[in-house]
Design a protein around this ligand. Structure first.
Ligand code: SF4
Length: 349
């Protein structure tokens, strides 16, 4: 279970009571209802000030409630469930100067010995293991690390990709912790909940990837899912080659805002005799794009995973930046989406 640590937040607010009088609380779907309890606790603790809850959807640390906070002139945004996003200069310079305090929320489930046993069986034949986690499962990551070392595996833990991300930590669009050890490992083990994070690692490295899914108590091999997604992306790229009129999507969400990249795409498309229209959106969805039936396809600069995980929700091709670079010939498909031959698995058969 994921549970906000109310005591920890109260201590922080008590310590900073002179600086932070207006507070905006923000949490992703699934955790948001716990903000009501926290709201009560802040008032009951006698911490003077105004407290507000951001009720908007939240997709990750890339999507901080600056807009709500600026409206109510908040002194601080308290964000739960994620660590700081590795932002760019362009992104941070375009935001109001409101401090953000991040409180990760950890799953408190124990790792069963049965799960550990199944993991060892699954990765038998691989010696050098890259171990990674998404933040909610940091406690289980530590436990699994100890156990794998005890079982004789060589464990590699890569450096996090930029500010905010710890060693071994990945998010949906930043897998630097996997990339930095890619040449030294035979396989990755991702400690997470759901296939989202593991799929990113498998797709962007091509290295055999196993997910330890803590909520379902299961182990998944990501091979099949990855080949399926690779084929879909390849097909969408073929379709995109025929397009003459593109919409270039810019998100106004805090750390999904990439205007200079959009401008670059516009320039490259025009050089090739294509039409391009920059469209700014709050939240990208198939419904929003239905209002542009004259456009044949899109380049979206918001979240790379929209063009991977959600690609089938969109009738027309919708490429992310790396896919755009393949489209214009600046990158090769295998460079972006590599695939390592499964020699070990073939030997096992
Ligand atoms: S994967 Fe997408 S939603 Fe998740 S942090 Fe990155 S940009 Fe945000």
């Amino acid at each position: 279970m994921l549970k906000i640590n109310i005591e920890e937040v109260l201590k922080f607010l008590e310590k900073n009571k002179k600086r932070y009088k207006k507070i905006v609380l923000q949490a992703p779907d699934g955790l948001r209802n716990q903000l009501l309890k926290l709201y009560d606790a802040i008032l009951e603790a006698g911490i003077e000030g105004e407290v507000y809850i951001s009720g908007s959807r939240n997709f990750g640390a890339c999507d901080i409630a600056y807009e709500e906070a600026a409206r109510v002139k908040a002194d601080v945004i308290i964000h739960f469930g994620h660590t700081q996003f590795p932002y760019s200069e362009e992104q941070i310079n375009n935001l109001p100067h409101i401090p953000v305090k991040y409180f990760p929320v950890y799953d408190d489930r124990e790792v069963s010995s049965d799960l550990l046993h199944r993991l060892c069986t699954e990765i038998e034949g691989y010696k050098n293991i890259g171990l990674l986690y998404s933040i909610q499962y940091y406690p289980q990551f530590n436990e699994i690390k100890k156990m794998l070392e005890k079982e004789g595996f060589n464990i590699f833990i890569g450096k996090g990709a930029g500010i905010g991300l710890g060693k071994g930590q990945i998010i949906g669009c930043k897998i630097g912790a996997a990339k930095t050890i890619q040449d030294r490992v035979d396989a990755y083990v991702i400690v997470s909940g759901g296939k989202f994070h593991a799929l990113g690692v498998s797709l962007w490295t091509g290295v055999p990837t196993f997910l330890v899914d803590i909520p379902s108590n299961k182990i998944f091999n990501l091979d099949r899912e990855t080949s399926r997604i690779r084929s879909i992306i390849a097909y969408k790229l073929l379709e995109a080659e025929k397009i003459d009129r593109f919409g270039i999507i810019v998100s106004r969400k805090s750390f999904q805002y990439n205007l200079s990249i959009a401008r670059y795409c516009e320039k490259e498309l025009k050089k090739r005799g294509k039409k391009a229209y920059i469209i700014i959106v709050d939240e990208l969805s198939p419904q929003i794009l239905m209002n542009f039936p004259d456009l044949e396809g899109y380049i979206q600069t918001a979240c790379p995973r929209i063009s991977i995980d959600d690609v089938m929700l969109y009738k027309k091709p919708i490429l992310n930046i790396e896919q755009f670079m393949i489209l214009i010939g600046h990158k090769k498909f295998e460079e972006v989406y590599p695939w390592r031959e499964r020699k070990v698995i073939q030997e096992k058969k």
